[in-house]
Design a protein around this ligand. Sequence first.
Ligand SMILES: CC(C)(COP(=O)(O)OP(=O)(O)OC[C@H]1O[C@@H](n2cnc3c(N)ncnc32)[C@H](O)[C@@H]1OP(=O)(O)O)[C@@H](O)C(=O)NCCC(=O)NCCS
Length: 182
Amino acid sequence: MTQETTIQLLAPALDLKAAYRECEAEFNAHGEAFLGVGAADWPAYVKQCDEEAQGIVRDPARVPQTVLLLARVAPHTPDAPQRVTLLGVAKLRHYLTPTLEDIGGHIGYSIRPSERGKGYGTLILALTLDRARELGLSRVLLTCDSENVRSALVIVRNGGVLTSEGYSPLRGARVSRYWIAL
Ligand SMILES: CC(C)(COP(=O)(O)OP(=O)(O)OC[C@H]1O[C@@H](n2cnc3c(N)ncnc32)[C@H](O)[C@@H]1OP(=O)(O)O)[C@@H](O)C(=O)NCCC(=O)NCCS
């Protein structure tokens, strides 16, 4: 049976270190961060993600979150080993704080620069909404800078309804807030 390349969500795992590094380098070359400095110690980051996904947070300022990596997985063949290419990340916050109600919301996401404009932003949000349903959430808040037209399209395509818009002093920009019923 021929196995096909798949696009799927993966949790950060020790064996994704090389894929993480390759993707982070591309973000950094574009002046952006993929997973941020905290992921430089990959084993510690994997452990933290694993704990937080289970609701364990060690920093009282943080809410539990599930980190989801969008990955293209090419199967193992007789000529080549399995190859994982990371395409982006979504972070699903399990509940809101006053700050997250202003900016951040339940879900944040980013697609690597070379893979933008191919539908992956729309896909990663759709797949993350499935995870939010599994967590038992009945609706989720998404926020984006009002000028971020691509992100707004991703949200609206996934059922987002614009509920407020205005200047956020925390963000230093105009922010649009959308709710998605699950
Ligand atoms: C926002 C982001 C996730 C969108 O990801 P993406 O993979 O490009 O999204 P999609 O391919 O699903 O495209 C969504 C829409 O954006 C628009 N878009 C995509 N690429 C575009 C481009 N090069 N020029 C203009 N518009 C574009 C299109 O209207 C597209 O809809 P279409 O399929 O009808 O053309 C991505 O641009 C990104 O990671 N940006 C940086 C981080 C960020 O802004 N995150 C969101 C914070 S709220």
